[in-house]
Write a protein that binds this ligand. Structure first.
Ligand code: HAM
Length: 414
């Protein structure tokens, strides 16, 4: 029967089959990140609205249009987190992590919220896996974090991945560049789409993302920041590239790469997948050397990324097969149920995955249920106190010692 309620627009339920794919992804990620020394951190689902306004930037689409903002009963403005970096930096400062040995390497996984127009790969509640490496400007850190995401995508077997790399330079270089870009856009105002024209002074970088022909033509002759990099910024980018080459990580330099958050400086990167449609970025990130200071902390260089769990799963296009069970305990007569319950509990304590019938089925129905859940062996408790063990693959059945059933199932290895 269809319910009159549905999950809110842009949200979805994760049903057991899909949950198994997620669990595999999470296990793989945890292994890779733990081996590299990234420790998990969890921050609240909502924060003071101002944290995101200051952190992500008031001119970004995220802050201007996409935040789920509400007032609490005390009149405070709160926002469901649209991303994780600002929150992690807030926690880093709040807990004095800047006094620890640097860098501090953190990872997180959880739901994020953006009020975007839903489409395949774009949701209003989605999940990100992310890492932040805070407290170093070494190009080694850039390459370490990039390799973590590259390793994860390779280990999961995500097909058709390309890494795009760019650099925005320092905050000052970026500022000077934006002035040059604005001047270029103003000089060609008449050829731009109205959307881009209205936002020249607010967010000129977005013009690189525009689809209309007029704007695209103007952007072909636009100055790019990569070609304008100078001094330490140019050296930093060259070193990141040399380290990626040495590590054998393939990438394409994309001088028009834009990310939709204001805090980026120097290295930015994006992993795109050619199996996905319009929402082709499975993950991306970059340096944010000015963010912690912006939030009231000491000058602190940092870099990180976040990957969209749903996009990775879409790119993999797979549902993980069921894990199956080691055993099912069936009863020939209803009187044996208590014995079955106790036995299932003992088996589980012994590390064996086991189930019993909870729906009052006759023996035939129980065997069918055992088959449905992928049980490899079925223990049948008989009315006279005896027991039979059936191998579900071969169909073979033999009597077993009813006083020793747990040993029988564990192969006596306990
Ligand atoms: P972002 O590019 O906004 O970066 O998001 C990272 C990833 O989250 C995207 O590449 C995409 O896979 C996924 N994603 C974003 N929006 C949605 C959506 N509406 N539905 C489904 N998936 C989505 C950040 O959030 C930065 N905090 C990354 C970072 C960490 N930079 C430095 N450290």
């Amino acid at each position: 029967m269809a319910s009159k309620y549905q999950a809110p627009r842009g949200t979805f339920d994760v049903l057991p089959e899909a949950a198994r794919s997620r669990a595999r992804l999470e296990r793989t990620a945890a292994e890779i990140l733990t081996r590299a020394g990234y420790e998990p951190i969890a921050t609240p689902m909502f924060e003071d609205t101002e944290l995101f306004e200051r952190g992500v930037g008031r001119s970004t689409d995220i802050v201007r249009k996409e935040m789920f903002t509400f007032e609490d009963k005390g009149g405070r403005s709160l926002t469901l987190r649209p991303e994780g970096t600002a929150s992690v930096c807030r926690a880093y400062l709040e807990h004095g992590m800047h006094k620890l040995a640097q860098p501090v390497k953190l990872s997180y996984l959880g739901p994020f919220f953006r009020h975007e127009r839903p489409q395949a790969g774009r949701y209003r509640q989605f999940h990100q896996l992310g890492v932040e490496c805070i407290g170093t400007d070494s190009p080694l850190a850039d390459v370490e974090v990039i390799m973590l995401l590259s390793d994860l995508l390779a280990e999961l077997g995500v097909p058709g991945i390309e890494l795009r790399l760019g650099s925005l330079g320092s905050l000052q270089a970026r500022h000077d560049y934006l002035d040059a870009l604005k001047a270029h856009l103003h000089a060609h105002e008449a050829e731009l789409s109205s959307d881009v024209r209205e936002r020249i002074d607010v967010n000129p970088l977005r013009a690189f993302d525009a689809d209309d022909e007029g704007t695209r033509a103007v952007m072909e002759s636009a100055p790019t920041i990569v070609e304008r990099l100078e001094g330490e910024d140019a050296e930093h980018f060259a070193e990141v590239r040399a380290l990626l080459d040495a590590a054998g990580v393939a990438y394409a330099v994309d001088s028009t790469l834009v990310r939709g958050l204001d805090y980026y400086t120097r290295t930015i990167f994006s992993f795109v997948c050619d199996r996905l449609g319009a929402q082709s970025e499975v993950g991306g990130g970059g340096r944010y050397d000015g963010l912690i200071e912006q939030l009231g902390g000491p000058p602190t260089a940092a870099i990180g990324w976040a990957a969209g769990i749903e996009r990775i799963l879409l790119a993999l296009d797979e549902e993980a097969p069921g894990a199956g069970r080691d055993a099912f305990v069936a009863v020939a007569e209803a009187e044996q149920r208590q014995r079955a319950m106790v036995l299932v509990s003992e088996l589980r304590h012994a590390g064996i995955s086991a189930e019993l019938d909870l729906a009052g089925r006759a023996l035939k129905g129980q065997l069918k249920q055992a088959d449905r859940i992928g049980a490899r062996r079925v223990l049948i408790l008989e009315a006279d106190g005896g027991a039979q063990l059936r191998d579900m693959d071969s169909g073979e059945q033999r009597p077993v010692d009813p006083g020793n059933l747990v040993d029988e199932m564990t192969g006596g290895e306990r």
